[in-house]
Design a protein around this ligand. Structure first.
Ligand code: ADE
Length: 242
């Protein structure tokens, strides 16, 4: 289950990698706007990434397109049934090889930069969004290679989590960010949070930009930024330095 990659940012050597993400959900319309706006939209337009949405109901054999049922053993909430999900995933698998089939669930490994980096060198990914109480265990047994959570809280479904995961991965693809270096200096890429950042004006309501940033001394600036990153990380996330 655990994605085994310890490296930090993975440097891509080719700008011709096209990532394909297939997202399976009962509510694909919930996920449209993040991919139709700004950086992700541009990534699609440039052909660097493709995202395809699939409504599980299209694989339901039920005349009401039902895809959920009550849990065996009782209890509250509905469960997504195995057959439509199995058929949907099997259909996709018959068309291409998938590197990972990821189920978004609070029970998964918590998403972090290492996982995003690792997924960014894959080619074909499926994200399965759970809804209601989740999916029948047999979907996981048959198809799922990784389970990812975006944090210790429960969402109404996996859709927003799928958008978060897709965003964290697609922005790392070569050519997606204007200045490729900017992914290198992200928070977390060295297990450090970002230092404070400033832009014009030099002084605002009595608050001035630290003099060092105006000095033009690039190596002193680099040292200062690094020291500040360590300070902020120590203050806020000492666990990252352990
Ligand atoms: N589905 C519901 N809650 C979730 C979470 N925290 N992470 C991923 N998928 C989820």
């Amino acid at each position: 289950m655990i994605i085994d990659c310890n490296s930090s940012l993975i440097i891509h050597h080719s700008s011709f990698i096209i990532m394909r993400i297939d997202i399976i959900s009962v509510l694909p319309e919930l996920m449209e706007s993040p991919f139709q706006t700004s950086i992700l939209k541009r990534a699609m337009e440039k052909g660097l990434a493709e995202v395809h949405f699939h409504n599980v109901r299209d694989w339901s054999t039920n005349k009401h397109r039902k895809v959920d049922d009550e849990p065996y053993g009782g209890g509250a909430g509905m469960i997504m049934t195995v057959e439509p999900l199995d058929n949907c995933i099997s259909d996709l698998k018959s068309q291409r090889d998938y590197d990972e089939i990821i189920y978004l669930t609070p029970e998964g490994e918590t998403l972090n930069q290492r996982i995003a980096n690792t997924l960014s060198i894959k080619k074909n990914l499926i994200f399965l969004c759970g809804h209601y109480k989740g999916v029948d265990q047999r979907v996981r047994d048959l198809h799922i290679t990784n389970e990812i959570s975006i944090g210790d809280y429960v969402l109404t479904g996996g859709e927003l989590a799928a958008c978060v995961l897709a965003d964290s991965v697609i922005r790392l693809l070569p050519g997606v960010l204007n200045d490729e270096q900017s992914a290198l200096t992200d928070s977390f890429q060295d297990n450090l949070l970002s230092p404070p950042i400033y832009t014009r004006p030099e002084t605002y309501k009595g608050l001035s930009v630290p003099k060092i940033l105006l000095s033009g001394n690039t190596s002193a600036i680099e040292d200062w930024l690094h020291d500040e990153a360590v300070r902020v990380t120590k203050e806020r996330r000492p666990d990252l330095l352990e």
